[in-house]
Design a protein around this ligand. Structure first.
Ligand SMILES: N=c1c2ncn([C@@H]3O[C@H](COP(=O)(O)OP(=O)(O)OP(=O)(O)O)[C@@H](O)[C@H]3O)c2ncn1[C@@H]1O[C@H](COP(=O)(O)O)[C@@H](O)[C@H]1O
Length: 109
């Protein structure tokens, strides 16, 4: 996962943090600080829960994107790279996950 949209958006977030512009929503969140960012993450998580209950596919996708974005802002604020999260997921995926992937590959051809 070296080249994906999460990384691209994260790079923009870091840039907004380093070079805040007046019109940037990300920069305004960074300026307001951790409590505001955490509040947004909580709100977006709640909105995703509501969307999930509604079972409207487009709404779930939209709210998931909002939650991903605000989570990346939190990571950026804390100086944590998405790569650290990917590494944790890879660690959990571990040996059993790799074995499952290999089994799927060998039966799909
Ligand atoms: N991915 C996003 C992104 N997702 C959501 N948002 C903003 O997050 C806010 C969401 O807060 P709310 O849910 O309260 O918004 P709302 O309009 O009240 O309600 P919704 O309809 O969004 O649910 C809105 O203002 C959205 O515009 C985002 N703002 C920025 N980005 C990315 O960040 C980049 C830099 O943006 P700026 O910092 O604004 O330059 C952009 O190019 C995008 O790639």
């Amino acid at each position: 996962m070296n080249d994906n949209i999460l990384n691209d958006v994260y790079q923009v977030i870091l840039d907004r943090k380093a070079n805040p512009g007046d019109s940037s929503y990300t920069a305004s969140l960074m300026k307001k600080g951790l409590d505001t960012i955490l509040k947004k993450v909580g709100e977006e998580a709640t909105e995703l829960v509501i969307a999930g209950k509604g079972e409207v596919r487009e709404q779930i996708v939209y709210e998931t994107a909002d939650l991903f974005f605000h989570t990346l802002v939190l990571l950026g604020h804390q100086g944590i790279s998405p790569e650290e999260v990917y590494a944790e997921l890879r660690r959990r995926f571990g040996i059993s996950g790799i074995a499952e992937k290999n089994a799927r590959t060998s039966t799909s051809g």
